[in-house]
Design a protein. Sequence first.
Length: 367
Amino acid sequence: MFTSAVLIPGMLVWFAMDDVNKVSAFDKAVRIDGQFEKVVSGKDTLARTSWSGTEYTLAFEGSKVSINLKSPANVFGVVIDGKEFPPLDLSTNSDELHLLAEKLEKGLHIVSVAKRTESSQGDDIFKGFEIVGVPKADALPPPPKLKIEFFGNSITAGYGVLDSVKEHDYAPITEDVFSSYAGVAAKELHAQMRTVAFSGRGIFINHPDSKDDRPLPAFFDKLGVNTTADTADLSSNWQPDIAIIELGTNDFSRSVAPDSAKFVNAVIDFAKAIRKKYADANIVILDGPMLNDFYPEGVPSLSLCRKFLDAAKSELENRGFKKIHRFSLSPQDGSLGYGANWHPSKSQSLKNGKELAEFLRTVTRVQ
């Protein structure tokens, strides 16, 4: 039986290449990109995660890989050696161990499993990987240097973006944060992406269908929407280069426009909270592509939202804020289709993500 040695401080560990080996969530050959909480369960240390876009990456040499992940109701994208594999759909699966690939060619493999669905679908318990082979910590690719954090609603979360029938309701399999404008922009800029995105949330008023009245800023420092626990991280000094606020669409989802002063003050307060935590980040305030001046009837939603957001930016600058920016995503007009429940289609999101990336290159000098 062929074996391989892996050096761990204080000991030399031998792995059998033909045996199943467990690789823990915090093994040096594993990287977690995103917010998480360490959970000690018996002899194991697990990671509890929640926000969409959270990613688990493994480097190993071998022929088979499974992930130990409990996450009923969520869907994950799977990429191995740069090739997309069928998504891991746990929306009807309560198992913990999931086969990702087997009979892989001999050699080094990089595996990525990334959460496509949003935190409201439930939290995740990540225990690590199981492989036929050996982990390769020295081959684990580093995360991208550029860091972007998005704060938004269903548009940022990629609600229904993989659907093509506007009359369809939400389904986990058609939600994909990586196909949203946010995922597209991050990919265009080769950036590490984090999200705090929750469908139906506004800057201070939620969509009427929301089950509670907490707006998105209430979750700014939380691990997810299902807990009051604060965000945790292996590196407590994680700082985004760019923080993006995409809110306002749900505030304008009622038959009466939101109060202008309350709206503007909510944007200002949220920007201040972001600046307090991320002192050097560029802050970009967006209006989303679902707004228009014809819905709700009698409310010029797009014009008013842009006016309110412009006013918030101006006031922040008057208060001495630096690196504060405004940008408008091109509104959808149906020419690029729609996703579920009239949300942006994949084509619309591609357009919006690319135009945002170009704007960010201009104002932040990123490449």
